[in-house]
Design a protein around this ligand. Sequence first.
Ligand code: BES
Ligand code: ZN
Ligand code: ZN
Length: 469
Amino acid sequence: MNIQVIDKMPKKADFLVSFITEGEKVRDITGKTGETVLLYNDGGAERNFYVGLGGKKDVTTENIRRAISMAVDKAKSLKVKSITVNLPDLKLKTKDVASSIVTGAILGNYDFDKYITDKERKSSILSELQLIVKKNMNDVKEIVKREKIVCESAIFVRDLVNENASDKTPVKYTALAKNMSKENNLKISIIDEKKMEDLKMGLILGVARGSVNPPRVVIVEYNGKKGGDIVALVGKGVTFDSGGLNLKPTGYMETMKMDMAGSATVLGAIVAASKLKIKQNIVAVLGLTENMPGDSAQKPGDVVTSYSGQTVEIANTDAEGRLVLGDVVSYTVKKYKPKVLIDLATLTGAVIYALGDIAAGIMGNDQKLIDDLITAGKNTDELLWQLPIYQQSREDIKSEFADFKNVGHPKQCGPTAGAVFIEKFVGDTKWAHLDIAGTAHIERRRYYIKKGATGYGVRLLVDYLSRLK
Ligand code: BES
Ligand code: ZN
Ligand code: ZN
């Protein structure tokens, strides 16, 4: 979508969007949240769309994103290609209003319809957004440019997460990451299965054994400042999670092509950070594998040795994400000695019971890091809620036959059991773990967040990285 920032109403506008707050009273329009009215040849345009934002002093950035996405929907349904938006004058900062309009419009314009052949059913996509701005023109232009980059990365994540598992096997996914890195001048290195054997990465190799498709670890580096410390972003990239020999039943496996969302998010975030020239050194590490029940699959009861040297009892082959992360996290810590390490993973069904598709769970060993990420979540409305790490969960993963096991007790605290497993591999690195199982992929549309892959986390991470000292 092409976005133009202009200072007055254009001569011709196909679809003019005006936000109305309560009390403004434009004819019969009350300005209530969610109210929409379309009038023809009424204002300065062929179609005039009014959308309510609620009480002027209560308007949030999220209200704006939702409101603009309703306008985008209406325009798309009428096959209009260009919309013109009056930037409303609200209590919020102009730059926040502008960036919310961009987010809601770009993300709301998205549909994953590449496999729909019926032209009538394919949605009509907007190609242009004109934003009429009366003040702070240059600031708005800058913020629009930035937000567009971030949202395009989120769209990249949505597309990849929605893609067929067979079209994003670790090898195919690696090729895509290579192209992306080349286009963005990012350094990339790959660990293939042979190198994994040399490095003795027994956990990721164990998960991969049940598949004909070999695993990969993809490492992308961006240097935004001279020398200094590194921020590591690590992502779970299980390109399909059948559960392995602890096979998932019908009703649980259907969406499991989404189990690589963490990895796509860290890739999307590092690309956005590099395009925005954020002044940080960042490494994104993607642990890519399938989890399949093939003839050579690892078996429940096996004990495997991790890259770190610690042994793990495989109590359940479906708790594979933490195995992948265990090796990838300890490799990242050893090789890059990051000042902070943030991992993103669709790790547990249990986090969905706790927080639904509303917020991701956050756990870790450094409260400042956790608080900074929670703040970034509030800034972007990609919400995070902290879950506890109690000593009891560490006791739950004790094993009689190995150093520890990959699941806890039947009455374990699910998300925390995942976290305390990963914790075994972080050493004294400052670390936060984001369990995005509920937020990365949703079963129902919520305004600009469409059914399927959400792109959750890219906006949050970029906000965090751009504020980080
Ligand atoms: N990929 C799943 C978690 C998941 C579930 C993501 C639903 C998205 C939606 C993960 O690998 C898994 O299977 N976790 C198990 C862990 C259990 C065996 C301890 C789970 O949550 O059931
Ligand atoms: Zn699993
Ligand atoms: Zn999984």
